[in-house]
Design a protein around this ligand. Structure first.
Ligand code: ADP
Ligand code: MG
Length: 721
């Protein structure tokens, strides 16, 4: 019998390239297949495959740009754009005469619709001067846009495709699955469906894959949007309830002199830092484990807040509030996403904690360090030690603060009295990771998770539904504002000359390559890599031959990335040409300029985060947004960008103006497109959240809802990078 869990192969025989295509799209089971929803619906009659083109006819073709260049015709020197378009059936050339700007507006990897006359060009069938329509992912609440402009015939679902699996293939396979499966049990309680007038699962599946009219498709999408947000919330609320049952060390923060510790910082805390510290210390005083997220832009001073939490913790001895040990101290683990960041945290903690005389350790893939050194002549410094030795000291509780990368959560490492885990820039740090850290002793660590990734409130409420939220929404006083300017192509040379002066003064520069949008992530990274390499080469040969240029992109290994970043930190390179991978990151105070190429293609929040890279220095920082055209829309967005107070505000704009695809980190949250669309709908998000809270409060183990429990499991997965 075929069930949702059966492999797709049980429905129909699969050709080898279909198998590869499905794997690429992450489709293995019948359930995966049914949840591969159409990206949109089209009027069947209008599209023609490239294979099916005939000379002289007018055709509309939908495909992906493989290549696009601006040229001049050989004899007449007329300007033109020339492209190669690919659909599932093949490729064809496209030319536009007298429209060289098209080559700048359109990009390799874009999916477009072209309507024009089929003509022979260089001995191939081609479209000449076709009308272009760019495809957009469209929001749940502007219904019309999901559908073809002039709907006449049957609504045909159009799916995200891969080589070997076309929309038509999906259509047939899904129709077959829906016929074979007589009933599909619904994991959403009927009472909830009734409350929000949503269709049952099987109906919704039929409607979303083969709607008779727009309304069916819209209501089906609403159901799945609610379903997903609700299920994520169920997973998070369950986790929250489980954490609350654990026992943590209650930390007496009043007895410790945090004021004295803070007074040594050499700067007054911002109002926001004060508030966050109050929240955290209050949480730490409870024996219920803290689960708190600290959100704050790059440079908002999260490390200082973390240091205060760490200080309050390690000033406490193990034991209960009533009955403390008379020796030893509680321990803190501080985890960072990269080795360089962990090392930077280690160095700043040494400065902050030096006067206390306590020990601090660093543990990464490439080795371990301990401060202070045992050697008398080196008392003020750290020393390298073996992992075995360090593990012993951590296990017997001798080292109160341990900073590190993922190496921190490896099985071989055990803390004696771990009371607090501080996690920097991890998308999720779940129950199991926390349990893993706690190992030997029965206490559960408090959790302080920190992020500078600007996300809108609806997304935070959903993916961090198990955490309480503190926000650092102001930067420390006296920070130099980054001078930000929009630069059109004609001003490029002037800016390069300005930068040359800055480089001569010994400062460093980031150059960020344009963002590429490709459904196929592997392809996207390949294109990015090529862009970075060719831009670095161009700059080295033509613009800045006298300077040292480094590169950074996501196709590099973790080690290569770290060493390239380290070379930049050490000023062994002057210019770093990179993709936006540089955004989570490292402090290079000497880098004072950032150029962002193709700036109009980034989300505002992502631009903001990139700009934050140069806000660390005492020099005046600059951010130059290189845009291909100064369109009205680009100018509008620029105004918002210049006016916004922080990245979180910009994330809201991104979501509302252009949709979830604009948010940085999209794809890392483990939320589908339909779920991301739903995030624009605060009412839906609130309703789903409240419903989940109520349900878990009434039935924590979901005993009455086994299907829901099973369904929500998917969202318990942790999304580490
Ligand atoms: P992030 O939030 O990005 O982790 P950091 O904690 O690294 O930011 O802080 C950035 C810099 O600002 C550090 O050099 C830190 O010492 C400094 N800083 C933090 N808080 C303040 C403050 N209230 N006033 C002045 N400087 C501060
Ligand atoms: Mg930080």
């Amino acid at each position: 019998m075929i069930t949702l869990q059966s492999p797709v192969e049980s429905l129909t025989r699969l050709k080898e390239d279909t198998k590869i295509g499905l794997t690429k799209l992450g489709i293995f089971t019948v359930q995966d297949l049914l949840y591969h929803f159409p990206a949109r619906y089209a009027d069947e009659s209008i599209f023609i495959s490239i294979q099916g083109l005939s000379e002289g006819s007018t055709a509309t073709v939908r495909g992906t740009i493989k290549k696009i260049v601006a040229k001049k015709t050989w004899k007449t020197k007329m300007t033109m754009s020339e492209a190669v378009i690919e659909d599932v059936s093949g490729t064809m050339p496209v030319v536009w005469f007298n429209q060289p700007y098209l080559a700048k507006m359109l990009h390799v990897g874009d999916t477009i619709e072209l309507t024009g006359k089929v003509t022979m060009y260089k001995e191939k069938l081609a479209l000449v001067n076709p009308v272009v329509r760019e495809e957009k992912a469209l929001p749940i609440d502007s219904h019309d846009s999901l559908f073809a402009a002039d709907e006449t015939g049957v609504l045909t679902p159009i799916y995200a495709e891969s080589r070997g699996v076309s929309s038509l293939w999906f259509h047939h396979a899904i129709t077959r699955a829906l016929t074979v499966l007589e009933t599909i049990p619904d994991h959403i309680p009927t009472a909830l469906l009734d409350q929000y007038s949503l269709p049952a699962l099987k109906t919704a599946l039929i409607w979303i894959h083969g709607p008779k009219n727009k309304d069916d498709a819209v209501i089906a999408r609403k159901r799945f949007a609610f379903d997903e947000i609700f299920s994520i919330n169920i997973a998070r609320q369950k986790e929250r309830a489980q954490v609350k049952e654990q026992v943590a060390y209650a930390i007496d923060a009043s007895g410790t002199d945090t004021k004295d510790f803070i007074s040594r910082f050499g700067f007054p805390l911002t109002e926001a830092q004060h508030t966050a510290i109050d929240h955290i210390l209050h949480d730490l005083e409870q024996s219920v484990p803290m689960s708190r997220l600290l959100e704050g832009d790059v440079g908002s001073g999260k490390t200082a807040v973390a240091a205060v939490a760490a200080y309050a913790t390690i000033m406490n001895r193990p034991g209960t509030l009533e009955k403390k040990q008379t020796f030893g101290s509680l321990q803190v683990a501080y985890m960072a996403p990269t080795e360089i960041l962990a090392t930077q945290h280690f160095e700043s903690f040494i400065e902050l904690f030096r006067y206390t005389g306590i020990s601090i350790a660093l543990i990464t893939g490439s080795g371990c360090r301990k401060f202070p050194s045992k050697v008398a002549s080196n008392k003020d410094n750290w020393t390298t030690i073996s992992r075995t030795q360090l593990s012993k000291w951590i296990a017997n509780g001798e080292i109160p603060i341990v900073i590190g990368t993922h190496a921190l959560i490896q099985k071989s490492l055990t803390f004696k009295h771990l009371a607090l885990a501080i996690i920097d820039e991890q998308h999720r740090f779940g129950l199991n990771q926390r349990k893993g850290l706690a190992k030997k002793d029965s206490h559960f660590p408090h959790l302080l998770s920190m992020t500078a990734t600007p996300i809108p409130r609806t997304l935070a409420l959903t993916i961090y539904g198990d955490l309480d939220l503190s926000v650092l929404d102001q930067l420390p006083a006296g920070r130099k504002k980054v001078m930000t300017e929009l630069i059109t192509p004609d001003k490029r040379e002037i800016i390069y000359e300005k930068i040359r002066v800055i480089l001569q003064e010994g400062q460093q520069v980031y150059i960020i390559c344009p963002r590429i949008n490709e459904p196929d992530k592997d392809m996207e990274q390949k294109i990015q890599m090529k862009n970075v390499m060719s831009e670095a080469k161009r700059l080295q040969e033509k613009i800045f031959p006298e300077y040292r240029i480094g590169i950074l992109h996501s196709k590099m290994t973790k080690e290569k990335k770290e060493s390239s970043m380290l070379a930049f930190v050490r000023h062994e390179t002057d210019i770093l040409v990179a993709t936006s991978v540089v955004e989570v990151g490292v402090n290079v105070p000497n880098a004072t300029v950032i150029i962002i190429e193709g700036a109009e293609r980034f989300g505002l929040s992502q631009l903001h985060q990139l700009r934050g890279r140069v806000q660390r220095s005492s020099y005046q920082p600059y951010c130059y947004l290189f845009a291909e055209a100064k369109s009205e829309r680009t100018m509008e967005r620029m105004k918002l960008f210049l006016a916004a107070k922080n990245g979180f505000e910009l994330a809201e704009y991104d979501l509302q103006l252009r949709g979830s695809g604009e948010l940085s980190g999209t794809g890392q949250w483990g939320i589908s497109d339909i779920g991301m669309e739903a995030l624009r709908n605060i009412k839906l998000v609130e309703a789903a959240r409240q419903a989940a809270i109520a349900l878990v409060a009434a039935d924590q183990t979901l005993t009455q809802y086994p299907l829901l429990a099973e369904h929500a499991k998917v969202f318990e997965k942790i999304h580490f990078e």
